[in-house]
Design a protein around this ligand. Structure first.
Ligand code: GLU
Length: 306
C-alpha cells in the first residue's frame, strides 16, 4: 500500500528547483495575474478518500481541461457520428494552430485542440441553444459532486477581448461549413467554459468516471458507456497535451489533459484520478511542474498504464 501523504511530500520537495523554469500564460491578460509560485495536487480514490498537498482549495481557470467535459457530452449525444466533424488523431501542432485546419478542410484533428473543442461546443449548441453553457456547467457540477462551481467573468471578458486566434479558427471552420450555429454564440460559450474555476479536489473528483468505465464511483451514476470512457481516455493519452502529448505519455504514462491555466488532470484506470496545479507553463503550454509531479508520481508508485 502506497503511503500517499509521504509520497506527496516527497514530490513537493523534488519539484522545488523547477519554480523558476516556466512562464505563466500571458496571452490572456487576466491569466497573467496569478501567483506563479503555486503548487497543489490531489489524489482521489474510488471510496471517497483523497490525499493532497498545497492549497487544494485554490480555484484556478480550468481552460482546456473543459474540453474533456464538452467532448464527453458531445460523444454521449452523437456517438460515432461526431467523428465526421472532428477527428481523433494527434495534431503534432500547437493548441491554437491554424495551418492544419486549412489543408484538412476544416475538420480539426481532435477535440482537445482549440479547433476541435470549438466544433464540439458548436455541436452542443445545436442541441441546447442559448442554455449550452449552463448545460456544460451543470454537467461539471454533477461529475465533481459540487454545486458551487462558477466561471470567472474577468477571465471570460479578457479572453473575449484578446481571442484573435480563436476567432480566426472559428471563422476558418465556418468557411468549411463545419460550424452550424452563429459564431458569436459558439465562441462565447467556448470562452466561458475555459474560464470555469475549479480546484484540484473538484477536478480530481470530476475525472473519476473516466477511471471507472464511465461510472461515477462515488454516486454509482452511469455518466457514459464503458466503450466511450475507453475512447476518451485514449484521446487524452494521445492528444491531451497538444504537440507535447507524446512527451507526456512517455514521461507519465497516463491519460491526461492540461490547460493553460496550469492545471493537469490524469486518470489511473480502475484506481484513481489525480489533479495537479502549478501555473508556470513549458513552451508547449502545459504546466511544467505539473508534468514533473505526475512523472514523479508514476515513477515512484509504478502506477501507470504500462
Ligand atoms: N482558452 C484557451 C484558448 O482558447 C484554452 C487553451 C488551453 O488551455 O490550452 O486559447
Amino acid at each position: 500500500m502506497v503511503n500517499y501523504p509521504l509520497l506527496l511530500k516527497e514530490i513537493e520537495k523534488e519539484i522545488q528547483p523547477l519554480f523558476s523554469k516556466g512562464k505563466v500564460a500571458n496571452y490572456i491578460p487576466a491569466l497573467s495575474k496569478v501567483d506563479p509560485k503555486q503548487f497543489s495536487m490531489t489524489i482521489q480514490l474510488f471510496d471517497g478518500t483523497s490525499y493532497g498537498v498545497g492549497n487544494q482549495n485554490k480555484a484556478f481557470s480550468i481552460q482546456s481541461i473543459s474540453k474533456v467535459f464538452t467532448f464527453t457530452l458531445a460523444l454521449k449525444h452523437y456517438g460515432k457520428e461526431l467523428y465526421q466533424r472532428v477527428n481523433h488523431e494527434p495534431s503534432g501542432n500547437p493548441f491554437n494552430s491554424l495551418v492544419q485546419l486549412e489543408y484538412e478542410n476544416g475538420i480539426p484533428r481532435n477535440p482537445f485542440i482549440n479547433a476541435g473543442a470549438i466544433v464540439t461546443t458548436d455541436s452542443l449548441t445545436s442541441i441546447h441553444k442559448d442554455s449550452t453553457f449552463e448545460h456544460i456547467l451543470n454537467f461539471i457540477k454533477k461529475t465533481s459532486n459540487d454545486e458551487s462551481i462558477v466561471y470567472d467573468n474577468e477571465i471570460f471578458h479578457s479572453e473575449m477581448a484578446n481571442g484573435y486566434r480563436n476567432m480566426a479558427l472559428i471563422n476558418m471552420i465556418k468557411s468549411f461549413n463545419n460550424i452550424h450555429n452563429p459564431i458569436d454564440d459558439v465562441i462565447k460559450t467556448y470562452f466561458k467554459q475555459c474560464s470555469i474555476m475549479m480546484n484540484t479536489q473538484q477536478l480530481a473528483q470530476s475525472m473519476l468516471f473516466l477511471a471507472n468505465h464511465g461510472i461515477n464511483p462515488l454516486t454509482n451514476e452511469v455518466i457514459i458507456t464503458e466503450s466511450q470512457a475507453k475512447r476518451i481516455n485514449s484521446l487524452m493519452l494521445t492528444c491531451g497535451h497538444y504537440d507535447a502529448s507524446g512527451d507526456f505519455a512517455y514521461k507519465v504514462g497516463l491519460p491526461g489533459k492540461s490547460g493553460v491555466g496550469g492545471g493537469i488532470v490524469a486518470v489511473v484506470p480502475q484506481k484513481m484520478a489525480i489533479c495537479v496545479y502549478s501555473p508556470q507553463l513549458n513552451s508547449q503550454g502545459n504546466s511544467l511542474i505539473g508534468t514533473k509531479a505526475l512523472e514523479l508520481f508514476t515513477t515512484k508508485t509504478g502506477l501507470s498504464i504500462f
